[in-house]
Ligand binder design. Sequence first.
Ligand SMILES: Cc1cc2nc3c(=O)[nH]c(=O)nc-3n(C[C@H](O)[C@H](O)[C@H](O)COP(=O)(O)OP(=O)(O)OC[C@H]3O[C@@H](n4cnc5c(N)ncnc54)[C@H](O)[C@@H]3O)c2cc1C
Length: 273
Amino acid sequence: MKPSAFSHLRADSASAAVQALKTGAKVLAGGQSLGPMLNLRLARPEALVNVSALPGMIDICEKSDKLCIGAGVTHARIEDGKDDVSLPPMMRHVARGIAYRAVRNKGTIGGSLAHADPAADWLTAMTALDAAVIIREAGGKERSVPISAFMLGAYRTVLDSSELLIRVEIRKQLRDAFWGYDKVCRKVGEFAEAIGALVVHPDSGFIRLVAGATGGPPLILTDLGASIAAKATRPARDEVRAALAARLTDVDDVKLHLMTTALCRAIEKVLPE
Ligand SMILES: Cc1cc2nc3c(=O)[nH]c(=O)nc-3n(C[C@H](O)[C@H](O)[C@H](O)COP(=O)(O)OP(=O)(O)OC[C@H]3O[C@@H](n4cnc5c(N)ncnc54)[C@H](O)[C@@H]3O)c2cc1C
């Protein structure tokens, strides 16, 4: 199928983009999720506003204690790691596992977060790195939303239809964190059936254990994370499974098995013995 007719605006300022959004246009970033939806006519916007030329949208920079990643930065650029500002190494690993290179060349971190597919990688990775999402509101103000409060459910976020996700911020110190990220999928580069992520920064006492591809927002396992930090040992597989089962009451045994495996593998990468 082909998309229904739409007009296309390449916005050169955030205010022009927001103005278009206010009149019903939809944001187009890399088009890797929106393109198929248009072709299948699951989305039929009358206008698209391309935000890739907006100032700041493709910057990777440092601001005081934060690393700032523009929403329009592609997965491929994160994978390549050639920018002057280095990002947490886990991000290169995560980017490399998304789809295949042609998708990574176009797809963006902001597009992935805004699309909020529960099986997508960045939602879980950014939750593990305790990121904040910076949103430009219709009136021009910016607000910062912790990633843990950003996704409301499958394909649903706190973004209003006239708001733009403009960048992601991560604490600079997490560049040196220990990390484990494991994605279970049928073929390399496919969407995940289960994701486990663990980030530990001993100097600041930060530890975050996350299960992703839950069917909804990523799950932060605070108690199990705290117990790993306190004991500095790997929990038994049964303990991991029980922690997941207590929070994911509507998943079947196969899904629980995959989620447990992904989480145990992520933990093993940080605590090999
Ligand atoms: C074959 C294939 C395999 C894939 N495999 C994986 C995978 O393994 N893991 C994974 O994580 N992803 C995967 N993806 C998805 C890919 O990562 C997409 O790039 C991503 O989901 C969407 O990013 P995009 O920049 O292309 O956004 P688009 O498709 O352009 O937009 C997606 C949605 O987000 C909105 N949007 C985009 N940018 C903004 C913004 N700045 N502010 C507000 N709203 C915005 C759009 O309006 C649209 O609703 C795959 C895609 C394909 C086609």
